[in-house]
Design a protein around this ligand. Structure first.
Ligand SMILES: Nc1ncnc2c1ncn2[C@@H]1O[C@H](COP(=O)(O)OP(=O)(O)OP(=O)(O)O)[C@@H](O)[C@H]1O
Ligand SMILES: [Mg+2]
Length: 350
């Protein structure tokens, strides 16, 4: 008889600085981590969410699979940035069987052409005269580029999700009680910051801001006349002869730019949804560990801010690693874990 929970669910997060692979296994009331690995990408392989060097990205992915000696080659991966448009729309309530058709009619009003995109949607709420729907339009060209990389790496896509939705799934799994309220999830990566305002478990608004860890490195390189490699080390506190006060000042100013942009984003959202004021901002992403990023967010947004622990409720027993081993990796894993969790979705056909 096959082992009941042998099935692995692989989340593959292809970021612009690191590829992250998370292998989870479903247990009756929780998830177990089986494997996790991260592989750096050569600079310039992915710029602004767009793949510039498919071969280099595929090689990094293959390196991860070889490192973990995995037989399972079917993954759930995600797209973000300009590859995808997410828009809340209202559809006059009709027969549920006709919803997909109604969504594509309404989508035509918002999108220049339906020929260039793959449409999907999530129902947020029903009842009354309107159904609230989150329209998801993935640019076909970018989607095909993504699938091509997976093929090059010898993988098959079980599903392609949206990074900010995966972030929401990760949060719901990590903090199920808090996910019943309204929270602003902010994942600060290398070239991008994904924002997802989640209310009662549904993403209500998402935006990918083209700003992240690279902006800090660039600012340090420029203002302190450092090479990019040294600026990256200075940012991480790993450049012994750097002027710590000067590094601190540049990091602080750059965080203010980021917080300003997020503040504008949340104000814009509050204008259309005054009833959905976030109770908290929850930070994740490789750049969320920057010094004082949390207090800077708190000062500007006047909302409690905390860091997400994506592994909080995941059983690590079978991974061969403990919390301490995973501490530096954890901030990078929110999207990858959220993608792997999608493996549980009954819509995904194995
Ligand atoms: N100790 C550290 N201190 C500051 N920044 C760090 C540290 N460790 C990693 N980073 C930054 O984290 C970023 C990578 O985070 P992450 O893996 O979330 O991004 P990504 O998914 O590759 O990028 P994106 O989603 O933006 O395309 C890099 O900009 C890196 O410089
Ligand atoms: Mg990322």
């Amino acid at each position: 008889m096959p082992e009941p929970y042998a099935k692995l669910s692989l989340g593959l997060d292809i970021g612009s600085s690191y590829v992250k692979l998370v292998a989870l296994s479903r247990r009756p009331d929780h998830w177990a981590l089986k494997h996790v690995a991260l592989s750096p990408l050569p600079e310039g392989s992915i710029v602004d969410g767009e793949v510039m060097d498919s071969g280099a990205v595929a090689e990094s992915i293959e390196a991860l699979f070889n490192q973990l000696a995995l037989d399972e080659r079917r993954v759930i991966s995600g797209i973000s940035g300009r590859a995808v448009i997410v828009k809340p729309i209202r559809i006059p309530t009709a027969d549920p069987d006709e919803l997909a058709q109604s969504v594509s009619w309404v989508a035509e009003q918002y999108l220049p052409s339906l020929d260039d995109v793959n449409l999907d949607y999530h129902v947020i709420s029903t009842g009354g005269d309107f159904t609230e729907v989150l329209l998801v339009a993935a640019k076909r060209e970018r989607l095909e580029g993504h699938l091509m990389i997976l093929r090059l790496a010898g993988l098959e896509a079980l599903a392609i999700d949206v990074d900010s939705f995966a972030l929401g799934n990760c949060f719901e799994q990590a903090e199920p009680e808090a996910a019943r309220g309204t929270v602003a999830l902010v994942n600060v990566g290398a070239s991008m910051t994904n924002v997802n305002v989640l209310a009662a478990g549904s993403p209500r608004f998402t935006r990918d801001i083209s700003f992240g860890g690279y902006n800090y490195t660039e600012a340090l390189a420029r203002d302190l006349s450092l090479s990019v490699a040294d600026a990256e080390r200075a940012k991480r506190g790993e450049l012994p002869d750097a002027d710590a006060a000067a590094v601190d000042a540049v990091v602080g100013e750059t965080t203010l730019e980021l917080v300003d942009e997020i503040s504008r984003t949340l104000t814009h959202f509050a204008g259309t949804h005054p009833e959905l004021v976030p109770d908290a901002v929850v930070l994740s992403g490789g750049s969320s560990v920057l010094p004082r990023i949390k207090s800077s967010f708190e000062d500007t947004l006047a909302i409690p801010v905390r860091l997400l622990d994506p592994l909080a409720r995941i059983d690590l027993g079978e991974s061969g690693m403990d919390r301490e081993d995973l501490a530096t990796l954890a901030p990078h894993l929110a999207v990858g874990i959220g993608l792997a969790i999608r493996g549980d979705d009954p819509e995904i056909d194995r």
